[in-house]
Structure formats: C-alpha cells, structure tokens
Design a binder for this molecule. Sequence first.
Ligand SMILES: [Zn+2]
Length: 156
Amino acid sequence: MARRVKCPYCETYLDKDDAIPYKKRYYHQHCFDTWKMEAEHRKELIKYICELYKIDAPTGMMLKQIKEFQEEYKYKLKGIELALRYFHETLGNPVRKGDGLGIVPFIYEEAKADYLQKKAIKESVEKAKKHKPKERIVVIKKQNRKNIKIVDISTL
Ligand SMILES: [Zn+2]
C-alpha cells in the first residue's frame, strides 16, 4: 500500500507515489504549480514595491496589508501589483513617502477592468496581425501564375 502524505498547500492527503517531492515535502501537481507561481508573483510584487518606494524591503505595515488583501479581500498577488501599477503608472499618481498600500482596495476593480480591456485590445491586434500573412501568400501565388502565363506566351 502506498504511503499517504499530506500536501502542505491544500492540507489534504494523497499517495506519495502521485506526489511532487520538494524539500522533503509532498505536493499535488497542481498545488505545487500554484504554490510556485504564487511564490514568483510574491517576489515580483515585493520587487515592484521596493522600486516604487525606493526601499530595500517592504515595511511591516506593507506586509501586513498584503496578507490582509489576500485573506480578507481574496486578492491575487499579481492583482495587487497590477493595482499599484495602475494607480502610479497609468493614472500617474505620485508615490508619497510613508504611504502604505492602502489605496489598493479602492482601485483594485478599476485596475482589473483596465487590465482586461488592454489585454482584449492586444489580443485583437495580434489576431489581426496573424490574418495578414495569409492574404499576402494569396497575392504572391497570383503573381506567380501571371509569370507562368508570360513564359507560356513567349514560347509559342
Ligand atoms: Zn494539494
């Protein structure tokens, strides 16, 4: 019988044979992927905050706020970063020393809508780009056919 292990991410049990081992702990595949992605997003958010406020590490208050956003508001780490980017980069609000991340809940939904809109525009532009080369191929083929015709006439 396979040994049962507890996934540290979702805290449910699974067979050790099916688990992803990492640093002596055993994860579900999807839990491991999610956990890895969140760790990556957390790193990116912290890096952005440090750049924004020109600090070496986020303050205790900021870390407390991030935790609160995740637990109480169910915000995603990437979403928090996007909300901050939206407030400071898109809307052009200056960074004020001593400010925490308290603005995030006030602009999170707006930032999300803005992000989704930009993404949709980008996707439709890319879609349009993808369709163009096909049209070009058709044109080239037509030209080739013309050339063939000319050659045929001259050999008559
Ligand atoms: Zn799990």
